[in-house]
Every structure is written in structure tokens, then in C-alpha cells.
Design a protein around this ligand. Structure first.
Ligand SMILES: Cc1cc2nc3c(=O)[nH]c(=O)nc-3n(C[C@H](O)[C@H](O)[C@H](O)COP(=O)(O)OP(=O)(O)OC[C@H]3O[C@@H](n4cnc5c(N)ncnc54)[C@H](O)[C@@H]3O)c2cc1C
Ligand code: FES
Length: 267
């Protein structure tokens, strides 16, 4: 890391985990403080930069789960173990685990939305005594799009996991997987005191909008819901204004927002 937070540093790819044809996790060397839900700007000279969320935190490493969609990410996929990428960050506020400790927690994640919240889920899977109960509802388009399948099996040992796909032939659907949108599975969540329960929602805008509505219908208080927002970003440090919505800098004030603030930011 450099003293200037805008200057990129070189980070080595120590492992590549292939989830789907276009979604890989790159395990990168990194020594320093970082929280789940924060993001790094990943850059390759001549190609540009892309903000990528932290999907895992290890000893001297961070995981970046990247979907190959364009100029920078296509080029990232040309790299292999032992190669280096430029990173700057971590930026943004990330999730504060204290917001969820001692409460019943429901995490609703759609597609790559599972990446930014994976560190939170993994933490409470390892320390289930820190929450009063936990449910993960995670949805993907099809069985071929499922991310972190190995984690899901492990998480099931310490929390309720509802894995769902929008549609699938029974033939290629994993046994533990259900059909339907995540919102259809929300009423199945068993909660003791809903007035104290907390929820995190991360995913595509439509999925987030309907999931939050579903939680509110179940009786969740707005102040007990958190969302994470993806916006077009450039500097990542509150200088360029690319991510600004009203008086909010998503790169600095977010990307994690309590819904009382975040409701003005969901598309
Ligand atoms: C806070 C934050 C966290 C994020 N976390 C992650 C993460 O963990 N993992 C992840 O994979 N992504 C993440 N993203 C999204 C990622 O930053 C973007 O997908 C980024 O644009 C990829 O950069 P790129 O240069 O590869 O793609 P780009 O070249 O910028 O393309 C991005 C999209 O625009 C489309 N596009 C490009 N050019 C054109 C054109 N001329 N006409 C029409 N459409 C076009 C592409 O098809 C693609 O869908 C995050 C974004 C934010 C803001
Ligand atoms: S990305 Fe530049 S101000 Fe937020």
C-alpha cells in the first residue's frame, strides 16, 4: 500500500476459483484493514479501471469475484496465477458486523450480489453464537449461474440456506435447490421477534426493490434493513462526482446504506 490512497499498488494473483464460464474469484495479495462490502479499483494499464467488491478476506489476501463483461474485466481474465494486477483501495464503508450481532439476520442476495455480502455470511457461519439466528436466501438465473456452491453447503451447517434458481430442468438442478424468485421464498423465513430482526439485501435493482418490499410486508422496520448499491464510479474517493445522487457520494457514504437513506437511491 502507498500513503496516497489514489495511487495503485501491485497485487499478485495467488489463486483463481472458477465458478462459471464468466465469473471467477481472483485471490489477491493484500495486507491491511478491509471490511466485507468495501471495494477495490482494479486496473490494468491501457485498459482502465473497474470497481470490484471484496468477496472474501483471508490471511494476507482478499478475494475479488469478477464477472467478465467488458474492457477491464475481459483483460483481467487473460491473467493467471502468479500474475499481478494494480489495485487501489479498499474504498467505501462496507458492512458493520455490529449492526447485526445479537439479532436475527436475514440476507437476501441475487446473483453476483452474493459477492459483497459473502464476508458477512461467512463470518456469522463461523461464529453462529454472535447472531440469534440467520437465514440466507440466494437466487441465481439458472443452475449454471450458481456462485460459491461449496460455501453454500458449508453455511448450511450453521444457518438456514434457501438456494433458488429462476428456472431449471429438474435434470440439471442441484437437489438442494428450489425454483422461483428470492421474493417468493421470503414468507418461508421463520423469525421470532420480527421487530428486532435485521436484513441485508444485495443484487440487481429490481430484485432489491421487490425484496425490500417483501421484507417490509413481513413487518421488518425500514431502519433494520441494509442494502448495497452499485453505481458508475470513477475516482472511488469522493472527488469526481460520478457516483453522486443528490448529496450522497455512493463511493464514500456507501456502497452500504441503511434503507432509511438507501430508499432514495434504489432505481
Ligand atoms: C461498488 C461497486 C462494486 C462492484 N463490484 C463488482 C464485483 O464484485 N464483481 C464484478 O464483476 N463487478 C462489480 N462491479 C461492476 C463492475 O465495476 C462493472 O461491471 C465494470 O464496468 C466492469 O468494467 P469493464 O471495463 O470490464 O466493463 P465495461 O467495458 O465498462 O462494460 C460494462 C458494461 O457496459 C456494457 N458496455 C460496454 N461498452 C458498451 C457500449 N459501447 N454500448 C453498450 N454497452 C456497453 C458492457 O456490455 C457491460 O455490460 C461493481 C461496481 C461497483 C460500483
Ligand atoms: S466515484 Fe468519484 S466521487 Fe464517487
Amino acid at each position: 500500500m502507498t500513503d496516497n490512497e489514489y495511487v495503485p499498488f501491485l497485487s499478485k494473483i495467488t489463486e483463481i476459483i472458477r465458478h462459471t464460464d464468466i465469473e471467477y474469484t481472483f485471490r489477491m495479495t493484500y495486507d491491511g484493514d478491509v471490511k466485507p462490502g468495501q471495494f477495490f479499483e482494479v486496473s490494468i494499464p491501457k485498459y482502465g479501471e473497474a470497481p470490484i467488491s471484496v468477496s472474501g478476506i483471508g490471511d494476507g489476501t482478499v478475494d475479488l469475484t469478477i464477472r467478465k463483461v467488458g474492457k477491464v474485466t475481459n483483460e483481467v481474465f487473460e491473467h493467471t496465477m502468479g500474475d499481478h494486477l494494480f489495485l487501489r483501495g479498499p474504498y467505501g464503508n462496507g458492512f458493520d458486523l455490529d449492526d447485526y450481532r445479537g439479532r436475527e439476520l436475514v440476507v437476501v442476495a441475487g446473483g453476483t450480489g452474493l459477492s459483497p455480502v459473502r464476508g458477512v455470511v461467512d463470518h456469522f457461519a463461523r461464529h453462529p453464537e454472535e447472531v440469534k439466528g440467520m437465514t440466507l436466501i440466494t437466487g441465481f438465473k439458472s443452475p449454471a449461474d450458481i456462485l460459491f456452491f461449496g460455501d453454500l453447503a458449508r453455511w448450511k451447517q450453521s444457518m438456514e440456506v434457501i438456494l433458488t434458481v429462476d428456472c431449471a430442468d429438474d435434470g440439471d438442478k442441484p437437489a438442494a435447490c428450489q425454483i422461483g424468485l428470492v421474493t417468493e421464498h421470503l414468507p418461508k423465513v421463520k423469525l421470532g421477534d420480527i421487530s428486532r430482526a435485521v436484513a441485508i439485501v444485495v443484487g440487481p435493482p429490481a430484485m432489491m426493490r421487490f425484496s425490500v418490499l417483501g421484507l417490509l410486508e413481513l413487518g421488518f422496520a425500514e431502519k433494520n434493513i441494509w442494502i448495497s448499491q452499485e453505481r458508475k464510479m470513477c475516482c472511488g474517493i469522493g472527488k469526481c462526482g460520478h457516483c453522486k445522487i443528490g448529496d450522497v457520494y455512493v463511493c464514500l457514504d456507501g456502497p452500504v446504506f441503511n434503507y432509511t437513506k438507501g430508499r432514495t437511491l434504489i432505481d
